[in-house]
Design a protein around this ligand. Structure first.
Ligand SMILES: [Zn+2]
Length: 424
C-alpha cells in the first residue's frame, strides 16, 4: 500500500491517492475519502446488483468483525476467505473491530480481552481468537485489536483508565503483529495500528508516537466517535495526533460520518472515514441532499449577497446537535421524507442526482412507501443517500484540488434546516 499525496497543507488537509491496496495491489482509493460501509459484507438494503447501479463507489469494502465473529467455525471450514464467501469481487476488504452503528455497552473489557456485539449478542475476543478470525477472513487490510473504551460520553473517564487503554492497545498491537508475521494466510495483508487516548492530549500523543514506531501500514484513530467529545476538542486532538504520525501512511477515523464533522477532521489531517452515515440517514426515513456546485455563477452570487442578511453560516463548531444525541438526530443535510409536505411533491429527491431513485421516482412516491412501510423505501433511500454521500466526498476533493475549500464549506455546510435558501 502506497500513499501518494499531491497536496499537503502544513498542519491541515492532505489530498492524494492510496495505491496498491490489497494482496494483489489491485485497487486504489482517493483521499480524503471513505471505505464502503457494509454489514456482513453487504450494504444494508441493497443487493450487489442494485448497489452497482451506482458509479464511483469506493474500492475498499469495510467488514466489521463484530458482524461475523459468531461464525468463525463456518468461515474456518470454508477456507477461502470472506471475500469469496460473500461474493465480493473487485474490491479490497478492510476489517474493522466494531460496527460503527451498533451501540457498545461499556464495562466488558479486561487486560486480555475486548468484547464486540454481533447479532447474537456479546462475543469476547482475546488476541488469539481475534487473529484466528483474521486468518479465516483473510482481509486485505485490518485494524489491530484495541481497547477503545474511553469514549462513552462519560466525562469522568479517569486519566488512569485512559492510560490503561493506550497501554493495552499497544500490547495488543505487538501481539497481533507477532501472530500476523507467523500466519501464512495473512501474508500480503496489511495492519492498521490503533491510536487511543480518549480526550487526553498527552495520552493521544504518546499513543500516536508509540504506534508509529511499530511496523504498521497505517493508523486508525479511535475514540473520536460522534458524541464522544466536543467537535472543537476532537479536531484539536486529531491535529496533535496527525503531527506525530508519518506523512506517508494513511489515517482512518472511526465513527465520524456527519459531513460537517468530516470536513473539520479532514482539515485536521484525516484521510479516510467509514461511510455509515447514509445508512443512519436512511434508517430515519430521510434523504441526503447537497448543493455541491461551487462554480462561480455571477447571478447567484448577487442573489446570495442579497440573502446574506438573514443567513448565518453554521460552522462545525456550532453544530446543531449536542454530543449526547449526535448519531440519532436528523442533520441539516437531510430532508425528512415522512413529512406530509412531500405527499404531493413530484420532484426528484435531489435535482441533478443521477441515482436510480432520482431518475425514476419522486419525493411523493418515497413518502408513500415510507408511510406504508414498504421495504422499497429503504432500498431507494439507501441508493440515493449512498450516491449523495460519495458525491459529497468527490466534491470535497475537487474543492481541495482547486483551492475552493472555503466556498465549498459555505455552500455545502452553511445551511440550516428550514431556511428559505435550502432546496427542501
Ligand atoms: Zn438520487
Amino acid at each position: 500500500m502506497k500513499l501518494e499525496l499531491t497536496r499537503v497543507v502544513q498542519g491541515g488537509y492532505r489530498l492524494g491517492v492510496l495505491k496498491e491496496i490489497g494482496r494483489a495491489a489491485q485497487t486504489s482509493l482517493e483521499v480524503p475519502g471513505c471505505v464502503l460501509y457494509t454489514r456482513c459484507g453487504t450494504v444494508p438494503h441493497l443487493t450487489h446488483d442494485t448497489l452497482h447501479t451506482l458509479r464511483n463507489l469506493p474500492s475498499v469494502t469495510q467488514l466489521s468483525l463484530s458482524t461475523v465473529a459468531g461464525h468463525r467455525e463456518v468461515l474456518e471450514e470454508y477456507k477461502d476467505g470472506f471475500k469469496k464467501f460473500a461474493g465480493l469481487h473487485d474490491t479490497a476488504l478492510y476489517c474493522s473491530l466494531h460496527d460503527p452503528v451498533t451501540p457498545r455497552p461499556p464495562g466488558h473489557i479486561t487486560n486480555k480481552t475486548v468484547s464486540v456485539w454481533g447479532s447474537g449478542g456479546r462475543i469476547e475476543l482475546s488476541v488469539a481468537s481475534f487473529m484466528a478470525l483474521q486468518k479465516a477472513l483473510r482481509p486485505d487490510l485490518y485494524q489491530s485489536m484495541a481497547d477503545g473504551e474511553t469514549w462513552q460520553g462519560d466525562a469522568t473517564t479517569s486519566r488512569k483508565r485512559i492510560r490503561k487503554s493506550v497501554d493495552r492497545t499497544l500490547a495488543h498491537l505487538d501481539e497481533c503483529l507477532l501472530i500476523h508475521s507467523q500466519t501464512a494466510e495473512l501474508q500480503g495483508a496489511e495492519m492498521l495500528g490503533v491510536v487511543e487516548g480518549g480526550d487526553s492530549l498527552e495520552e493521544r500523543v504518546r499513543s500516536a508516537k508509540e504506534t508509529a514506531k511499530r511496523p504498521v501500514s497505517g493508523f486508525c484513530l479511535d475514540g473520536f466517535q460522534t458524541g464522544s467529545m466536543e467537535p472543537w476538542l476532537r479536531t484539536q486532538l486529531i491535529a496533535a495526533v496527525a503531527g506525530e504520525l508519518p506523512e506517508d501512511k494513511p489515517r482512518l477515523l472511526q465513527g465520524v460520518g456527519r459531513p460537517d464533522e468530516v470536513v473539520a477532521c479532514v482539515e485536521a489531517g484525516v484521510d479516510l472515514f467509514e461511510s455509515f452515515f447514509p445508512f443512519q440517514v436512511t434508517e430515519r426515513g430521510c434523504a441526503l441532499t447537497f448543493d455541491l456546485d461551487i462554480s462561480p455563477d455571477p447571478e447567484r452570487a448577487v442573489l446570495e449577497l442579497a440573502e446574506e442578511g438573514d443567513e448565518t453560516w453554521e460552522s462545525e463548531e456550532s453544530g446543531d446537535v449536542g454530543p449526547e444525541d449526535g448519531a440519532q438526530k436528523m442533520t441539516a443535510f437531510e430532508m425528512d421524507l415522512k413529512d406530509t409536505k412531500y405527499r404531493d411533491d413530484f420532484t426528484p429527491l435531489t435535482e441533478g442526482c443521477g441515482c436510480y431513485c432520482c431518475t425514476n421516482h419522486q419525493r411523493a412516491y418515497v413518502h408513500h412507501l415510507l408511510m406504508t412501510n414498504e421495504l422499497l423505501a429503504g432500498v431507494l433511500l439507501m441508493l440515493h443517500n449512498t450516491a449523495q454521500y460519495h458525491a459529497f466526498f468527490s466534491g470535497l476533493r475537487a474543492a481541495l484540488a482547486s483551492d475552493q475549500l472555503e466556498p465549498f464549506k459555505k455552500r455545502v455546510l452553511g445551511r440550516r434546516v428550514g431556511q428559505k435558501k435550502a432546496r427542501f
